[in-house]
Each structure stands twice: as structure tokens, then as C-alpha cells.
Design a protein around this ligand. Sequence first.
Ligand code: SRM
Ligand code: SF4
Length: 566
Amino acid sequence: MSDITQPLSEVEIIKENSNYLRGTIIESLNNEITGAIAPADTNLIKFHGSYQQFDRDLESERKHQKLEPLYSFMIRVRLPGGIASSKQWLSIDKLADEYGSGTIKLTTRQAFQLHGIFKSKLKTTIQEINLSLLDTIAACGDVNRNVMCNPNPNQSLLQAEAYDFARKISDHLTPQTKAYHEIWLDKELIAGGAKDVEPIYGKTYLPRKFKIAIAIPPHNDSDIFANDLGLIAVEKNGKLDGFNIAIGGGMGMTFGIPETYPRLANVIGYCSKDQVVDVSEKIVLIQRDFGNRSDRKNARLKYTLDRLGVDKFIQELNVRLGYELKPTKPYHFISNGDTYGWVKGFDGKWHLTLFVEGGRVRDTEQFQLKTVLKKIAEIHDGDFRLTGNQNLIIANISVENKKSVEKILNEYSAGSDKKLTGLRLNSLACVALNTCSLAFAEAERYLPSLIDKLDEIVIANGIEQEPIIVRMTGCPNGCARPYLGEIGFVGKAPGKYNLYLGAGFTGDRLNKLYKENIDEKEIIETLKPILEDFAKNRNKSERFGDFVLRKNYVKATIEGKDFHEI
Ligand code: SRM
Ligand code: SF4
């Protein structure tokens, strides 16, 4: 059990006293004196899918004018497996314009985020999201989050079946409190003094966030090893048979605290598809009961697992299941990125994967992506699929509709990824500034211009087609999974980054610190000779991440606990 000799963290007390996540959110929303909500409610509102933020670009100007920060809210829409209908796309598009910042963020976990929603519009926005048959429950908070799944209907016949399981697991692990419906949807569901029950979570929920992803080999595009629970689909005779189970992945760490580290999940065995919801629940329950509730920096499943040991964890799991996991079945991954462009599906329908830089859907002078997607949604008879790499698949386009979609794309000169380098097409950047309060440095707003400069190097060396995984975050929390970048940048201070090298191309090996706290000039000076060396001296088909290990630029990271060893 979690260490009861240590005092509970403040967030544990807030959860305990919140009456199943109600707190004083209603009073906070009704308080017109401030654009913020009460401090305790800022913790609780996460479980409802929203974060209080403020415009960091305006911070000093507002302070100077003796004004409170310009508070607004981010809303994360839960979208298991990343699939939304055209109607739902249109509704998110409209909400972004009416109440948000006019942009849609496609996240690294296949969800939508809307930014910049003022408190007065928060409830209306959440209501409208629910009207479009989406919701925001448990998109954030100490619960199971959006369950990821390979979204590509063309990559495997198993996709539809695997997606069904993403939904089933997501439904099974959704909090049962009626607080969400009362606060946001004005529903009085607790009649006659009946009490809430949380059969899985209990009233203090989990010690920390919990993340689940499904991958369908050979594609690891949901980066399952970065999840608390990764499920690797296994097929038999063309049908889904079951899942290999991987536990204890996570990216977050804190600078200066070596006891925090990114860690990749361990594959511990196999279960049939009929068992997978049960297995997922029992793993969540072990984390609920054994996770650290005093130190939130040490509370994710990865630390619980390293504290208990993998064998003890499996023992506990088998006891709770009442049966044993079977031995792991063979699996093989070839990539963790997306494949772009048009492809005809198994059933004759068409799918188009578009690169969305930084996952930000917006109109710029050169490129009206938001308008294009809106126009496509107006006629599209298939669906939209968010990938775990912040990209978008316009999926299941009927043969009759393909020409109309192409016409819209051509009209706005979108859809052609030909000029983009392998570096850019494999880049991910977290939100960072100006909305993320934890950012030390830019990421989404900066990476495109850094890649412009790195592009000059790869083009000059004839490796512009080479897919190299580049990931940047504004702080070490790891939201764009930077420790799985063959080149990873992690913000340390404005304009300064730690540079990590050497992750595996399939998301199966963490990278290692190469240079600390460097600015753009030093980044270019550092990477130029390494990329040149790679262009000249790589072995046939050798990946950049493997090359830097072979040439001893960095040592391989074998497991999370070694991450900080240089
Ligand atoms: Fe994240 C916190 C954005 C995926 C690890 N993450 C945040 C917050 C909410 C900042 C905060 O707590 O105030 C960021 C909001 C920024 C903003 O303005 O929108 C934020 N995280 C994101 C997104 C939007 C990044 C993106 O550009 O796509 C991703 C939303 C995913 C989703 O739809 O649910 C996002 N975050 C991730 C991932 C990647 C993943 O899950 O595959 C990770 C690393 C994996 C992991 O969890 O270990 C990640 N986010 C964190 C952490 C560190 C957790 C830890 O264990 O240490 C934090 C900070 C925290 O929890 O204390 C964090
Ligand atoms: Fe914010 Fe850090 Fe996550 Fe980037 S990695 S979104 S800066 S918490």
C-alpha cells in the first residue's frame, strides 16, 4: 500500500474533501469578480477536462497595469482512439471560433484541445461539446485519460476491433460521479440524497494520471511504451486474438531531481481480448492501492513498479485477476510515426493523412488549414481521425467524394507534403507558451523555425527524405514524448534547451542527454557535424538514433533508472 507514514499531498486532501469532484466549482463559476476559480477548484476542474491558464505573453503588461493575469481555460475533449465524425469536427471548429482562440489543437494523445475560453463561456462550451455527443470527463485529472489506439483504417484489418476495445476500456474506467452532469449539464441526478459511488476509483481517485494506449504492430504510432499501460494487439487468422500487456511507461521528470525519470513500459505477458478490460482494471486498482499519495513527483505507476519490482507486481496482478497472464506473444514494430498522403483502404474507400505542424489547426496567410478542413467536413461522408503524432487522417472518403475533397485541397493549396523534409514530417512539439504555465521555453511556436535551419543541413547533405524523429517540449514533463526523439529538445530557460540523442525509431529506446542548456546557435553547431557524419557514414538503412549510439555520441539508455547516467 502507499506509504502511510508520509503525510498526504495537498491534492489528496482536496480530492477527499471535494464530494466526488464537486468542490466549489459552481460557486467559482458564478463569481464575477475574477476570471479565475478558487485554488482548490483548479485541481478539481481538471477531472472535468479543463485547466485554468493565463496568457503568459501578456503577463508583465497586465502586472504593470495592476490587473490580474488574463485568465482563460483550456478544454480537452475526450476522444478514445481519436475518431470524430464530420459533424463533431464542425462543432469543435465552431466552438474554437465562438468561444476559444480560433484554433484547434490536435494533441499527442489524439484529443482536441480548445484554448482561451473565458470563465463566463466555459459552461456553454462544455454543454455544446456534450450536445455533439463528445465529452470532456476524465480528459485530465488523476484518472484514466483518453485511451489511444492506432486510428488508421488502412493499416490493419484489426483496426476496427482494436478501436472497439479502446472505447470499452475507456467506458469502463470513466469516473461515475454525477458531479460533471450537475455542474456542466444542469442535471440533478442525485435525487433523494442518494450518494455517488466510484466502484473503481473510490473517493480519492488515483494517486496520479493514468494513461493507456493500444498499438497494432507493426506500427507503434501511439507510443505504447510511454504509457502506464500499453496494449499490443495480437492477431490470429486475421482477427484480433488478444493483447500483450506492457506496464510502467511514462515520460515526465523534473530537472534537478534524479529520482524522477522517463521510463519505458515492460512487457509482462499476454491476455485474451475477453480478459483485457479486466486486466486493465486490475492494473489500475494496483496503482490506486500502491501508488504514492504523498509525493506527486513520485506517484506514477512507473515509480510504483520500480518500488515493488516487476515480479511482485505481476504476482499481485495474478492474485487480483484469479488467473495468470500467458507468456508474451511475438510482436514486431517498424516505426512510431505516421505515413502521409492518399491511400486506398481494404474496402475501396480512401484515406488521406495530413501533416499538421505542431498539431495546430488554424488559418495563416500561406495556408488556410482550418478553413480547408471545415469545408471538407461540410461534405465529408467518412470520419476524422487524430493520430498520436498530432496529425490528421481524413478517413473513409467514398469514391464519389474523393474528387470533391481533392478540389477543396487544391483550391487552398493544402494536401501536398512533398516539399517537407523527413525531419519536419517526423516532428512533434508540445503547446508550451503562451498557454502552458509550466513551460520554461517555447516549443510549438519555435520548432518550425528551428527545423527551417536544420532543413538546410539535411538538404545540403542529401538526407532530406530521411525520417528522423525530432521532438521538442518547453519543459521536462515530456508532453511531446521528447525522450523518445532520435533528436529531443527539452526547454530549460527562454531560448535554451537540453539536447538528447539516440532514441529508437520504433519508440522502444529512450535517448540520452548530449548537451545541456544550449541556444539555437549551439544547437546548429552541435547537430551539423553529426548530421553530416550520418549522411556520409551511416550503414544501409541505419536510423539516426542507432547511428549516434554506434558512433558513441551518446551511450544507450537501457532502462529509465539509467536515464541520467551520462
Ligand atoms: Fe502533458 C501537464 C499539454 C501529452 C506529461 N500537459 C500538461 C499541461 C496540462 C500543463 C499543466 O499541468 O498545467 C499542458 C497543457 C498545455 C496547454 O496549454 O495546452 C499539457 N500534454 C499536453 C498536450 C496538449 C501536448 C501537446 O502539445 O499535444 C498533450 C495532451 C494529451 C491529451 O490529449 O491527453 C499532452 N503530457 C502528454 C504526454 C504524452 C503522452 O501522454 O503520450 C506526456 C508524457 C507521458 C506521461 O504522461 O508520462 C505528458 N503533461 C505531462 C506531465 C508530466 C507527468 C509526469 O508524470 O511527470 C505534466 C505535468 C503534471 O502532470 O504535473 C503535464
Ligand atoms: Fe507544458 Fe511542459 Fe507539457 Fe510542454 S511539456 S505542454 S511546456 S507541461
